[in-house]
Design a protein around this ligand. Structure first.
Ligand SMILES: NC(=O)c1ccc[n+]([C@@H]2O[C@H](COP(=O)([O-])OP(=O)(O)OC[C@H]3O[C@@H](n4cnc5c(N)ncnc54)[C@H](O)[C@@H]3O)[C@@H](O)[C@H]2O)c1
Length: 325
């Protein structure tokens, strides 16, 4: 029998704190050599892009593949979302698909969770109290949720080119997290905060990196193609650079590839993978004046760990429907 979980089922069982715990373990497995993470496969049918993201986590006994499509004409042509994702979770012992679940909300939470784990290890411990969120979309909300799990925030600011989206974000997130969340009138207001998240659809830098104060921690999750970036050369050069995966950063992340192409930094500027920080193979923040930067491209290990968590919670709560395929 295969368990089918729709979006509402996934939302009902998936909490950020739990997701951060399993995503942290998944990054540790990647560093310890117990994860299998092939590069994602892309196919381009005429109407869009189809991506296949498989991974296996030996310690977690989790095997899955996420199928994601990006079809830009979907909203107008078919009244469907641009990005659609589903996860097929398998039993590693028999290979059978034991669960098919919606992957949209899961992707947003696992992306937030990676930034949450990075923030837990890299942000200043004693006095990180404020967060600045660039973007007010789906991912941005999860970024703030995760940062609020990692540090006790007193206040957060959000900036989006859409004032309406930022206002909606502020009221929704202040209610959800029980902290003050304010719409910033300009992007400059965010530069004073202790933890900054870049989570927009922008292809060009969001702020002047020379204006970031010492000791800031930054999570950059938006752009992930070689020619696009949310972070300028100045901030990358000033930061200790940590990536989710070295291979993914040098294949996909304009945030580091563009400064290298400009000759502003060399490949040696890549300091560590997040898993190396988690496992203690590389030290985290050395003092309160370093600027730390986590670049996330999104890895299938995050999906697999989160899918396993969702499956276990859904089974325990009696969620979803079982079908014989
Ligand atoms: N790293 C990962 O694992 C991962 C996972 C999923 C999505 N993403 C990426 O995250 C980004 C955001 O995705 P989303 O689903 O939240 O999109 P979304 O469309 O829901 O939200 C994007 C928001 O960014 C805002 N924006 C665009 N340019 C801006 C600018 N210059 N300054 C401030 N705000 C700006 C838009 O107005 C919009 O509100 C995308 O680039 C997506 O590809 C990354």
């Amino acid at each position: 029998m295969t368990l089918i979980l729709n979006r509402a089922d996934v939302i009902s069982v998936l909490e950020m704190k739990d997701c951060m715990d399993v995503v942290e373990k998944a990054f540790a497995e990647l560093t310890n050599g117990t994860a299998v993470l092939p590069l994602r496969i892309g196919i381009t049918p005429p109407e869009g892009l189809a991506l296949y993201m498989p991974a296996y986590l030996k310690e977690m006994k989790a095997l899955a593949c996420k199928v994601v499509t990006v079809y830009k004409n979907n909203p107008l042509k078919h009244n469907m979302p641009t990005t659609i994702g589903k996860v097929l979770l398998q039993d590693p012992e028999t290979g059978d698909v034991i669960c098919i679940m919606d992957g949209g909300y899961l992707t947003a939470v696992r992306t937030g969770a990676a930034s949450g784990v990075a923030t837990k290890y890299l942000a200043r411990k004693a006095d990180s109290q404020t967060a600045g969120i660039f973007g007010a979309g789906v991912q941005a909300k999860m970024q703030l949720w995760a940062v609020a799990e990692a540090r006790k925030l007193s206040k957060a600011f959000v900036y989006d080119v859409s004032e309406e989206a930022a206002e909606k974000f502020a009221s929704e997130m202040s209610q959800k997290l029980n902290i003050i969340v304010q719409r910033a009138r300009s992007s400059e207001e965010l530069l004073e905060t202790d933890i900054i998240c870049a989570a927009t659809s922008s292809n060009v830098p969001l702020f002047d990196g020379n204006k970031i104060k010492e000791g800031t921690h930054i999570n950059g999750i938006g752009s992930h193609t070689p020619n696009a970036r949310e972070l300028d050369t100045a901030i990358v050069k000033r930061s200790v650079f940590i990536g989710d995966s070295k291979e993914a950063c040098f294949k996909e992340a304009g945030d580091i590839l563009i400064p290298i192409a400009e000759g502003a930094i060399t490949e040696n500027h890549f300091y560590a993978e997040l898993g190396e920080i988690i496992t203690g193979k590389k030290s985290a923040r050395k003092n309160d004046s370093e600027i730390t930067l986590f670049k996330s491209n999104g890895l299938a290990i995050q999906d697999v760990a989160t899918a396993m968590l969702v499956y276990q919670k859904a089974v325990a709560a009696g969620k979803g429907i079982k079908v014989e395929i």
